[in-house]
Structures are given as C-alpha cells and as structure tokens.
Design a protein. Sequence first.
Length: 97
Amino acid sequence: MDERIMSRVRRGAALLDEQRPGWRDGIDPDRLDISDPQLCVLGQLDGSYSDGRWNLGVAPGHESASYGFVVVPGCLNFDAEFEALTAAWLYVLGEPV
C-alpha cells in the first residue's frame, strides 16, 4: 500500500477521532467508495462530502486531500488514487482489502 496515501488517510482518521468520536460506527465498509460524494467517509457521516468537509472545517482541494478525503488536485490518474484511498480507509477501518 502506498505510504503517502496511508499517511493522508491516517491523518484524516485522527481528525475524525478528535472531532467526531465514534465516527467509525457511521461507516458501512461494504458501501465505502471515496470517489462517490455520498458513499465516501464524509458522505456516509454527513450526507455528502461537501457537508462533511464543511462540518469539520476542512477547506476543499489540497487541505481535504491532505486528510485523504479526496484525490490530490491535478492528480493524473484519479481513478487509481480514488481506488487506493478507498483501500486505505478500509484498512484503517480494519476491513479486509
């Protein structure tokens, strides 16, 4: 697994641990898809990626990407990065990847 992506996802999980204790209980790992604004981590917690980002006080773009919530702006292979992000979130959640 790409350590840069894992680092971003761990940072996002730590932010959620701090601001939303128990957030893991709100995630359905079978439906998790970071590329989908309603099925991503924030979407599952708050109804949409945008609402979740707003509720955490995280700016769109690079800041959101630094927490593993989205791909890095300008990413050349966003499908592969979304796939890697989903796998990393599943790993953090303790699900088999």
